[in-house]
Design a protein around this ligand. Structure first.
Ligand code: PLP
Length: 285
């Protein structure tokens, strides 16, 4: 596999980053994951806009312009023969050559830019989406700037492990009695045919797939309400699902051991998944 590190395309075994990189020592970095369908990038503009926002919020310099980043994405997809899969991009504050809590001078320390691809044949036709998945709820003890897509993923990773241990697939995070989001996705329920999902704030990541799915839902005359909901409300809902760039729209059939609706994949999630896949394939670049 060819990867990209700081201006160079290299075989993955030859790619290197300093041990003083602040991404490695302090999780001082941000990332994006863009999915690839039919060899094309899905929602690329949205991912790049959010990347710029994450960088601005943390005061990390942008290491390359939009057009350059698009070209790097495209070259890696082509060189690695990716038809379905994703491109991972990470930017950290770089390696000042020593460990220090104080941010290094941006004049002397350049950000580190890393990209690699992941080949995932069958991503769109994922059989799991036809069965639905089960989730547990856990307390959301992450920091207060979840709107920034940082590489601090230890707690979400622990949440996934807790879910696995409980025989489930993912964990929904709960703060002050309300679901914030999933470990790596935005969460939804359906009540009276209406799609309910938490409103945007610093409490959740502003999902690119969320924005697209809500737009398609409204265009299809489906009702949408943006507000927090509880685990009890999810358990009593007709349907539940989540969205992310790598899972698209994923039905959830059980929450903390309680079946949602009839415990089967519902029509709203099914329809939204179809619309999202159709529309984003057409718009892929
Ligand atoms: N929320 C969290 C915490 C995430 O990590 C992600 C994706 O990685 C999402 C939501 C979904 O965002 P997107 O649709 O842009 O992939």
């Amino acid at each position: 596999r060819t990867v990209f590190v700081n201006g160079e395309y290299l075989p993955e075994t030859e790619a290197k980053v300093s041990i003083f990189d602040r991404g490695f020592l302090m999780a001082d970095g941000v990332y994006e994951v863009t999915s690839v369908l039919d060899g094309k990038l899905i929602d690329f503009d949205g991912h790049l806009k959010r990347l710029e926002r994450s960088l601005n919020e943390l005061g990390i310099q942008k290491p390359a312009e939009f057009d350059d980043l698009l070209e790097i994405h495209r070259k890696l997809v082509a060189d690695n023969g990716i038809e379905e899969g994703m491109v991972y991009l990470q930017i950290t504050r770089g390696s000042p050559g020593d460990r220090d809590f104080v941010f290094p001078d941006p004049e002397t320390t350049r950000p580190t830019l890393v990209l690699f691809t992941q080949n995932k044949p069958g991503l769109a036709d994922n059989p799991v989406a036809k069965q639905g998945i089960k989730v547990i709820s856990i307390e959301d003890i992450r920091w207060g700037r979840r709107d920034i897509k940082t590489v601090q993923l230890l707690y979400p990773s622990m949440g996934k492990m807790m879910a696995k241990k409980a025989g489930c697939d993912d964990a929904w995070l709960v703060e002050d009695g309300f679901v914030t989001e999933g470990t790596s996705n935005n969460t939804y329920i359906v009540k009276g045919g209406k799609i309910i999902t938490r409103n945007l704030s610093n409490d959740i990541l502003h999902g690119i797939t969320r924005a697209a799915v809500l737009k398609f839902a409204r265009e299809a005359q489906m009702e949408v309400e943006e507000r927090p909901f509880t685990i009890e409300e999810a358990q009593g809902a007709e349907e539940a699902f989540f969205t992310s760039a790598s899972a698209f729209v994923m039905p959830v059939i059980e929450v903390d051991g309680v079946k949602v609706g009839e415990g089967k994949v519902g029509p709203v999630a099914t329809r939204l998944r179809e619309i999202y896949l159709d529309e984003s394939r057409k718009a892929g670049i």
